[in-house]
Design a protein around this ligand. Structure first.
Ligand code: FES
Length: 174
C-alpha cells in the first residue's frame, strides 16, 4: 500500500530580524518581557501597518509568552488593524466636543466622501485610512485631524478635500 506523505510547509516568517532587534533593544528599559508586548506590537504595526495573527504568534515566541496573551493586549486597544494593512497614511479625525461644535462631523463626512470610503475604511489604492478619534488634545485648533504625525488644524471641507488629494498624489505608484 502506497504511503501518503503530506508536505507541511511552515508559514513564512513575518517578523524580520530588524523588527526583532528593535524589540530586543528595548528590553533593558522594561521590568520584564511581558511589559514589552505593547512596544513590540507598535514596532510590528509601524513596519507592516497591521499586526496579523501570525505576527502575534511570532511576537509571543520572541517574548516567551502565550500567543493568547499578546492577542489579548492587541484586542484591548482598538489601534492595531489585524486583518489587513491600514493605509500608508492613517488619519484620525477628532469627533469630541470642541471639534464637533466647530464642524468636525462635517469634516469627517466630507473627507470620507472625497476619499470614497466610510469612516474606518481604507481607500482602494491603500493610500489613506480615515478614522474617527476622541480628543486629540488640540481643541484650540478645532476641528482638527492627526494624519500620521502631522496635526491638521482648523479644517474646512475644502482643506480636507485638498488633504485627500495631496495624500493620494504623494503615494501614486509609477
Ligand atoms: S475636541 Fe478635538 S482636539 Fe479636543
Amino acid at each position: 500500500m502506497a504511503e501518503h506523505t503530506s508536505i507541511m510547509t511552515a508559514p513564512k516568517r513575518i517578523l524580520t530580524d530588524a523588527m526583532i532587534a528593535e524589540i530586543e533593544a528595548l528590553a533593558p528599559r522594561y521590568p520584564d518581557r511581558r511589559a514589552l508586548t505593547l512596544p513590540a506590537l507598535h514596532i510590528v504595526n509601524d513596519a507592516l501597518r497591521h499586526v496579523p495573527l501570525q505576527a502575534v504568534v511570532e511576537i509571543a515566541a520572541v517574548l516567551g509568552l502565550a500567543p493568547a496573551e499578546v492577542q489579548d493586549t492587541l484586542s484591548f486597544y482598538a489601534f492595531f488593524p489585524q486583518d489587513k494593512p491600514a493605509g500608508e497614511v492613517r488619519a484620525w479625525v477628532c469627533r469630541s466636543i470642541s471639534c464637533a461644535l466647530r464642524g468636525g462631523e462635517e469634516v469627517l463626512e466630507h473627507l470620507c466622501h472625497v476619499a470614497g470610503i466610510e469612516p474606518g475604511g481604507t481607500t482602494t489604492d491603500g493610500t489613506l485610512t480615515i478614522e474617527p478619534a476622541e480628543c486629540l488634545g488640540a481643541c484650540d485648533f478645532a476641528p482638527c485631524m492627526l494624519a500620521g504625525k502631522e496635526l491638521h488644524k482648523n479644517l474646512t471641507p475644502e482643506s480636507a478635500a485638498a488633504f485627500v488629494r495631496a495624500t493620494q498624489k504623494r503615494f501614486v505608484r509609477p
